[in-house]
Write a protein that binds this ligand. Structure first.
Ligand code: SDX
Length: 427
């Protein structure tokens, strides 16, 4: 197959190179198009546009495949854990036991937040959504470690490992502090005898006596974080890369990514799923009326559909079985779980959803498990951000080390053409 495409405009041909990825994805490289033809391409929402070449995560939306650095998500879910997956995403290889121990030591050395960051969280958490608090706290954290957020390279690249372990450690502490402050409670200090997830659950729900944590709960939480760790060029990761392309540090890039994730069409969907299921439950609907309203375009079946997956989101499959196990371990009967199952089975047989290839995505089941664990709904997207932080950090590192140009898309202007100024007296 020719490694070139030809674009013909009028009587002129423009040869364009074809890029082929390691998974045989093909792209037409239009880097020279504007210079050669004065034309740009247009792709609203970037559904057909590759913004970069990346080695981090591969998704095949038609086959429902997700791999971190070549390792399949179902194998990582079964055999790996969140902190190991962090190192895999950062460095591209499964870490040795000494690398894992070294990373854990670094993460636990940062488990308490600088007092100025704690102050900001306390001040904001009364009336600001936890995602707004997280975004601000990440910027404040960067400010407390100016040597890790210099906005100069290679300095910020050389200190990446330190910055990454600090951020991976800090987000659970920020989340717990935000939750506790909203209830005017103190946050129990981290207990380094606990695992990463046990510590988070302890800070969120425990007390100073540091009682033991149910491994079924901490393991389910670890799985949720691992499944969320990266997802190639989604809205928030692309935002992170956009900010990083301007030379900004990792704290600033992740602060922006948190804001992008917040939206209900993206990471905010896990909150929206629970809100939707609770509304269906309180309306006495078993889900069938809601399905009808979604088919009439009056509502969206939150937790369904995906820009890339035109098949079952592999993460949703794994979470669905984890949901059953976690609820059984927690001894929780969830009325909304029956509604979720009803929605899923109806949607999977309904022509409206089949024709549009709408399947459950990662957010459909995660909220049910998080609610059963006792997390308040407004914390769900913070937990998504906690899981996604290693992905954002890996993409920050990839774009920082590849020294690519600043991201600056073009546009097609559709506004007023040139017109003279009109004096106020003549308006
Ligand atoms: C995440 O990109 C990622 O990788 C994201 C993510 C990650 O890990 O980072 O996977 C995390 O964001 C998962 C998605 C979470 N969002 C939701 O669950 C919100 C509900 N889903 C939708 O809003 C929607 O499916 C999107 C936003 C996920 C995808 O939207 P698209 O690709 O832009 O699709 P679209 O809006 O153009 O819809 C195509 C058609 C439309 O119908 P028609 O106009 O053709 O008649 O499908 C319909 C839509 O109305 N449709 C839905 C629907 N999603 C799409 N109809 C009912 N319920 C839905 N959920």
């Amino acid at each position: 197959m020719s490694k070139q495409a030809t674009l013909t405009i009028g009587d002129k041909d423009f040869p364009l190179n074809i890029l082929v990825g390691t998974e045989n994805e093909h792209a037409i490289d239009i880097s020279t198009l504007r210079k050669e033809s004065q034309y740009i391409t247009f792709d609203d929402g970037y559904g057909n546009t590759g913004s970069c070449e990346s080695d981090i995560t591969f998704i095949d939306g038609d086959k429902g495949i997700l791999r971190y650095r070549g390792f399949d998500i179902s194998e990582l879910a079964e055999k790996s854990n969140f902190l190991e997956s962090c190192l895999l995403l950062f460095n591209g290889e499964l870490p040795s036991s000494s690398e894992i121990d070294n990373f854990k030591t670094k993460v636990f050395s940062h488990s308490s937040l600088p007092s100025s960051v704690e102050e900001i969280i306390k001040t904001m958490s009364g009336n600001t959504h936890p995602m707004g608090v997280l975004s601000a706290a990440l910027q404040a954290l960067g400010g407390c470690f100016p040597h890790l957020s210099t906005n100069t390279r290679p300095a910020d690249i050389e200190s990446f490992e330190e910055a990454a372990s600090l951020i991976v450690a800090a987000i659970p502490s920020i989340a717990a502090k935000t939750f506790r402050s909203s209830k005017s409670e103190n946050t129990p200090s981290a207990n380094n005898a606990f695992s990463y997830c046990e510590n988070f659950l302890h800070m969120m729900f425990g007390n100073e006596s540091a009682e033991s944590i149910d491994p079924a709960v901490s393991n389910a939480l670890d799985l949720i974080f691992l499944l969320h760790a990266d997802h190639e060029q989604n809205c928030s990761t692309s935002t992170c890369r956009m900010i990083a392309s301007g030379g900004a540090n990792a704290f600033a890039s992740l602060s922006g990514a948190v804001s992008a994730l917040w939206g209900p069409l993206h990471g905010g969907a896990n909150m929206a799923v629970i809100k939707m299921l609770n509304e269906i439950h309180s309306a006495g609907d078993d889900g069938s009326q809601f399905i009808q309203s979604a088919k009439e375009g009056k509502s969206r079946l939150m937790g369904f559909g995906h820009r890339v997956y035109r098949n079952y989101d592999p993460r949703a499959k794994i979470l669905k079985s984890a949901c059953d196990q976690a609820l059984e371990a927690l001894g929780v009967e969830s009325p909304i779980l029956d509604i979720a199952r009803n929605l899923e089975s109806s949607a999977l047989q309904d022509e409206y959803f089949i024709a549009r290839k709408l399947y459950p995505n990662v957010d459909f089941y995660s909220g049910i498990i998080l609610q059963a664990m006792g997390f308040p709904t407004d914390m769900f997207t913070v937990l998504f951000a906690l899981g996604r932080a290693p992905g954002w950090l890996s993409h920050w590192k990839e774009i920082a080390t590849n020294g690519k140009r600043i991201h600056r898309p073009r546009q097609i202007y559709q506004g007023s053409t040139h017109r003279p100024y009109v004096a106020l007296s003549d308006r």
